[in-house]
Design a protein around this ligand. Structure first.
Ligand code: UDP
Length: 250
């Protein structure tokens, strides 16, 4: 039985943000995985791009508002929480959560890998099974259209996974997890961006020093051409936070 721990939840713009460390996050997700009967939970790792991108995507906003746990993925959110709520929020990044769960639960964990280009999730699953000893509950790429969502959700349900890694890009992964949560009924469903690519060895994890300092986005934006067009979004985020701070100070 899980003893509920008191926890602090902030509001950042119109989104919740849980004040939880990585360890507390892993404890809580571990409880959800072991609880009987199994019940579905969604996890969101919030980053500045989500906040900017979701302004004109009500279903993305809703998926974040109703998430069971929403953590600060990086330093941008930590900074914004400091500016707007005067609170020091610990970081619990998506990759660290996934790696932490696999490390803690190993062979007891059945993982479904959903996302990335065809063939990539297979390699990610093989590597994760080799490195952490986890069981592979299922695999599916992330390039399918909405009419196929139900088929994929039912595949996930049938797999009996404990952990669903949904890596299909910001917004799509969170709304998919939320919309199909009851059907999939996986104890922990987490939207985790490029994690399947990293596990497959297709994308480099940012170097340890940037991760320690919480500035891995500098690395990602700087090195990945595809991400250059995203830098304006980060600037927009800074402007949004400044405007909000001014507004609430009045
Ligand atoms: N992805 C996917 N389906 C899509 C779009 C993206 O599976 O329709 C995968 C993509 O292959 C990558 C991951 O989602 O493995 C993250 O993609 P990207 O970095 O473009 O998205 P972001 O999370 O930065 O929005």
């Amino acid at each position: 039985m899980t003893i509920p721990t008191p926890r602090q939840r902030l509001t950042l713009f119109d989104l919740p943000l849980d004040v939880v460390t990585l360890d507390e996050t892993l404890d809580r997700l571990g409880d959800w995985i072991s609880n009987q009967p199994r019940a579905p939970h969604t996890v969101v790792t919030l980053n500045p791009e989500f906040i900017v991108q979701s302004r004109n995507q009500p279903d993305f906003v809703n998926a974040m508002q109703v998430a069971d746990l929403i953590t600060a993925d990086g330093v941008g959110i930590v900074w914004a929480a400091r500016q707007l709520t005067n609170t020091e929020v610990p970081r619990a990044p998506g990759f660290d959560i996934v790696q932490g769960l696999m490390g803690r639960h190993g062979a007891d964990l059945r993982v479904f890998f959903l996302g990335a280009k065809p063939g990539v999730a297979e390699i990610a699953a093989q590597n994760a099974a080799r490195d952490y000893g986890i069981q592979v509950a299922g695999i599916h790429h992330g390039y399918f259209d909405l009419p196929e969502d139900q088929r994929v959700a039912e595949l996930v349900r049938g797999s009996g996974a404990d952990l669903l890694l949904t890596a299909m890009g910001a917004g799509r992964q969170e709304t998919f997890n939320q919309y199909w949560r009851q059907v999939m009924n996986v104890p922990v469903m987490i939207g985790c961006g490029g994690v399947i690519d990293v596990l497959a060895g297709n994308a480099d994890l940012a170097p340890a020093w940037t991760r320690r300092m919480g500035v891995e986005w500098i690395w990602r934006v700087g090195l990945d051409r595809k991400r250059w067009n995203r830098a304006p979004r980060l600037a927009q985020f800074v402007r949004m936070v400044r405007a909000e701070k001014k507004r609430t100070a009045k």
